[in-house]
Ligand binder design. Structure first.
Ligand code: ZN
Length: 232
C-alpha cells in the first residue's frame, strides 16, 4: 500500500475557535480521514521535533501532502532542504492552498510564488485538462460556495499541466491545479482549502486530492539522490 505522510502546520485550528469548529481534529485530521481509505497514512505537524519530517519518515514516504500558512518563515531551512532532496530523488509532493508559499515549494520551483488574494469569494473550479489522470471522475465545474480568492498573476514556473482553473465571483481567475516535475519527483499544487471553510469535506475535492496523491507516486523503484550521482 502506498505510504502517504500528511504534514500540517496545525496553528490556526488551535488558535481560533471558528477554525477549530471547522476542523476539530486539525486539517491533517480531516485529510487523513479520507486519504486513509486508499493509502497508508501518517501525520506530522510543525511542533514535532524536526517538524516530524525526519530522514526516516521521508525515506518511508511515497507522497508527502503539505498544508502551511502562518509559520512559513519559521519552518526549518534544514528540513525544507531535506524534503527538496527527497522530491528530487523521487518522492511525490502534493502542496495544498497556502503551501504554495512554503519554503519547500519556493526551493523546488524557484520563483517568488506570489499571487493576488482576497477573503470571502466563491469559486467555480473548471477542468482545463480532462485527459489528465488527476481529472478522472471529477465533474466540471465544482462550485465552492465560500473560498478565499487566489488570483493571477501567480508567479510560478510554467507548469507541466494546468488541470484546474478557478474562477472567482470577484472576476479573477487562477491556475488552481498544476503539476510540475523536479528531478525524479512529481509535484501537484492544488489551491482550494482556505482554513475557515469546510472545503476538505467536499467529496469532489477529496477525490481530486486522492487522484493527486496517486499521480505523484514515485515512478522510480528506488530513490536516486542527486548527490550520489558522479559527474561524468
Ligand atoms: Zn487561506
Amino acid at each position: 500500500m502506498l505510504k502517504v505522510t500528511i504534514w500540517n502546520e496545525y496553528k490556526h485550528e488551535r488558535e481560533y475557535e471558528n477554525i477549530r469548529r471547522v476542523y476539530p481534529e486539525g486539517i491533517h485530521g480531516c485529510l487523513s480521514s479520507f486519504l486513509k481509505e486508499d493509502f497508508m497514512v501518517r501525520t506530522a505537524t510543525f511542533d514535532m521535533p524536526e517538524h516530524g519530517l525526519t530522514e526516516e519518515v521521508l525515506k518511508d514516504t511515497d507522497v508527502l501532502v503539505i498544508w502551511s500558512h502562518a509559520l512559513q518563515e519559521e519552518f526549518s531551512d534544514e528540513v525544507a532542504e531535506r524534503v527538496r532532496r527527497h522530491v528530487l530523488a523521487g518522492m511525490g509532493l502534493v502542496a495544498l492552498h497556502s503551501a504554495h508559499f512554503s519554503k519547500i515549494m519556493k526551493k523546488l520551483l524557484g520563483t517568488s510564488m506570489t499571487l493576488k488574494w482576497r477573503h470571502g469569494d466563491s469559486e467555480k473550479l473548471w477542468c482545463t485538462c480532462p485527459t489528465h489522470p488527476i481529472a478522472q471522475g471529477i465533474p466540471s465545474p465544482i462550485v465552492i460556495p465560500q473560498e478565499e480568492m487566489y488570483g493571477e498573476y501567480f508567479d510560478i514556473p510554467k507548469p507541466d499541466d494546468v488541470i484546474f482553473t478557478g474562477w472567482f465571483s470577484g472576476g479573477e481567475v487562477f491556475r488552481s491545479g498544476c503539476t510540475f516535475t523536479r528531478g525524479y519527483g512529481k509535484i501537484f499544487y492544488f489551491q482550494p482549502g482556505h482554513e475557515e471553510y469546510p472545503i476538505y469535506y467536499m467529496p469532489q475535492i477529496q477525490q481530486i486530492i486522492k487522484n493527486g496523491v496517486r499521480f505523484c507516486v514515485p515512478s522510480v523503484a528506488e530513490r536516486i539522490y542527486p548527490e550520489c550521482e558522479e559527474m561524468k
